[in-house]
Write a protein that binds this ligand. Structure first.
Ligand SMILES: Cc1cc2nc3c(=O)[nH]c(=O)nc-3n(C[C@H](O)[C@H](O)[C@H](O)COP(=O)(O)OP(=O)(O)OC[C@H]3O[C@@H](n4cnc5c(N)ncnc54)[C@H](O)[C@@H]3O)c2cc1C
Length: 392
């Protein structure tokens, strides 16, 4: 582990650092499109969409953008999950059409995978896509579709051959979200926010040119998407890389003169230690990914730890707040700060989305510890063949 964690970054005179600095001098307030065309949104992607950057180069770019206060365009599903899959298996036309607008966040993407009867066991999905000439006719329902209400495109997996075993006969399609027959219904979360949706498909006609990879071979691509999803949920913040970190919470504690309660103090130290371990695992996962290795079970180890950690950080914030935690616009120590309260409610989703806590533990048990496979009783199949195989 130590050898892959030598993350001392090159200094000021490094030519890659100089290149970013001169570019930022010429483009002091870059738009998403300018950042995308410069290759700075996903530097490890191949040219022309990225820079073909190695891990150090990628981290140098990250460092320079951060220093200049430049934020990358936000398109989590587009950049994190859809883009890598299109690079992996898309046609040249698909790459030319979709990748730059996606990197620039000019076109937001959503993920049409989960269904009411297919979450952890994603391969049990029932949405049908029937070939009719140059189109697929899609009928079915998706659920938990984040950003579905404003996304321009969705990555859709649907069953094209119902007679094949459940992991065969699935195809991977790019779905324009404004097609006739698509109905998006909001689901309001307990945070009061609206991120999720149900999406209903009634005789939706998707052109065959929107097929990614080969017909019926979409499960292999869904695994590419899911593995990238797990890694891209691995940022520094306590809520899937978003939101405040353990360090932010400690800053609040410090600025309030410390924490006199010995039990809370112990919980703070324990959570800080986990945050440090997670930071190191994250570096290892990211450097492996940037170096072109497909994410392995270590992404599940990190996710299982990070999800529990995120819930503990938010629970600590609430416990430090005492009775102020009962008031929705109060953060730790009663300072107005909606994020901690919102974060506490949102944190409950961490152990569900992107593969539940139980699915992650199954992967770790089977692939890291070599324990016997969990059994999918209904299908008589091992779970390693199902969604949990995403980290294979
Ligand atoms: C914040 C958030 C955003 C999401 N965004 C999207 C999105 O944009 N697009 C999308 O397609 N989906 C999205 N999802 C859905 C997510 O992928 C599913 O919720 C997840 O895969 C779990 O599926 P499920 O909800 O059907 O639960 P189920 O799979 O029905 O699980 C129910 C319970 O059974 C347990 N369980 C299931 N299988 C096993 C097993 N083999 N062994 C032990 N226990 C098991 C689970 O751990 C869980 O406790 C999102 C979810 C969340 C929380």
């Amino acid at each position: 582990m130590a050898s892959s964690l030598d993350l001392t970054l090159p200094g000021d005179d490094d030519p890659r650092r100089q290149a970013v600095r001169s570019w930022l001098k010429a483009n002091p307030a870059p738009t998403g499109r300018q950042l995308a065309e410069a290759g700075y949104v996903a530097p490890h992607w191949p040219k022309p969409w990225g820079l073909g950057a190695d891990p150090i180069h990628q981290l140098v770019v990250d460092d320079e953008l951060k220093r200049a206060g430049v934020r990358r365009p936000s398109n989590q599903i587009g950049i994190g999950w859809a883009g890598p899959t299109i690079i992996h298996a898309g046609t040249q036309e698909q790459k030319d059409r979709y990748l730059f607008p996606l990197l620039a966040a000019d076109e937001i993407w959503c993920q049409l995978f989960s269904e009411p009867g297919a979450g952890s066991d994603l391969a049990a999905l029932a949405t049908r896509a029937v070939r009719d000439g140059d189109e697929y006719v899609v009928n079915g329902q998706k659920i938990w579709t984040s950003f579905g209400h404003f996304a321009r495109y969705g990555i859709l997996i649907a069953r094209t051959n119902p007679d094949a075993p459940k992991h065969k006969g699935i195809s991977y399609l790019i779905c324009p979200m404004d097609l006739p027959g698509i109905e998006v219904r909001p689901i309001i979360e307990m945070t009061g926010g609206h991120t999720f949706n149900e999406v209903f498909f009634t005789d939706v006609r998707i052109p065959v040119e929107n097929l990614v990879g080969d017909e019926h071979e979409g499960w292999a691509l869904a695994k590419v998407t899911l593995a990238n999803e797990r890694v891209s949920l691995s940022g520094g913040g306590a809520l899937w890389g978003q939101g405040p970190t353990m360090d932010d919470l400690l800053d609040v504690v410090r600025s309030n003169g410390g924490c006199p309660d010995p039990v809370l103090r112990q919980r703070l130290v324990k959570a800080w230690s986990v945050a440090e371990v997670l930071r190191l695992i994250r570096m290892r996962t990211l450097t492996a990914q940037i170096a072109g290795k497909q994410p392995g079970p270590e992404a599940s180890i990190r996710k299982a730890m990070a999800d529990d950690h995120g819930q503990e950080v938010m629970a600590l914030a609430m416990d430090l707040s005492g009775t102020h935690a009962l008031v929705t616009d109060r953060g730790p120590f009663g300072k107005p700060d909606t994020f901690w309260h919102h974060g506490f409610l949102f944190a409950q989703a961490l152990t569900i989305g992107g593969g539940t806590f139980a699915v992650q533990r199954n992967i770790i048990g089977e692939r890291v510890l070599g324990l016997p496979h969990d059994i999918d009783v209904e299908a008589g199949k091992t779970w390693s063949e199902s969604r949990s195989a995403a980290s294979a």
